[in-house]
Design a protein. Structure first.
Length: 162
């Protein structure tokens, strides 16, 4: 075999391997509503006794996945979220506003939080507000290790000017 023929025999299989090997998915891959999915999970948001109303948005991988609207007539809301195919850890962010009764006065404030959901397929996560709603996060009450959250407000939520 000549050197040029040897080089060609290496080059062709190597060049084809670039076509045959799928590219690794980025950790920031966005879920596509009409793309392939690999299961789903449920998010439940319930109004706390001190809440008058709540409007919140859930982002998965930076994309809006669900909105929740609670008030005195609608005490809870649930959303089923599809999981992008092949994903086992999903970063999330929750942003919103709540109105609470404090000392007999209605007080509206921004709420937010972020974290990571681990192996979410088939899980049931609760939206939890703690520390007087300064900490807002998702938790599977049957398996607290199924999510991590960063304490405090999310830097990814922008405050409204209105």
């Amino acid at each position: 075999m000549t050197t040029s023929r040897f080089m060609r025999s290496l080059f062709v299989p190597l060049s084809l391997s670039f076509l045959l090997v799928p590219a690794a998915k980025s950790e920031t891959a966005r879920p596509m509503p009409d793309g392939p999915t690999g299961g789903s999970f449920t998010i439940h948001d319930g109004r706390a006794s001190s809440e008058v109303s709540e409007s919140s948005r859930l982002y998965i991988n930076g994309q809006l996945a669900a909105t929740f609207h609670l008030d005195l007539a609608h005490a809870d809301d649930t959303a089923i979220i599809p999981i992008p195919l092949g994903r086992t850890d999903l970063p999330y962010t929750i942003c919103g506003t709540i109105t609470v009764m404090k000392d007999g006065q209605a007080e509206t404030r921004s709420v937010s939080g972020e974290g990571v959901l681990h192996n979410p397929d088939g899980r049931y996560y609760e939206a939890i507000g703690s520390d007087d709603f300064k900490d807002f996060f998702l938790m599977d009450e049957n398996d607290p290790a199924a999510s991590d959250h960063h304490n405090g407000a999310s830097s990814r939520c922008l405050a409204s000017n209105s």
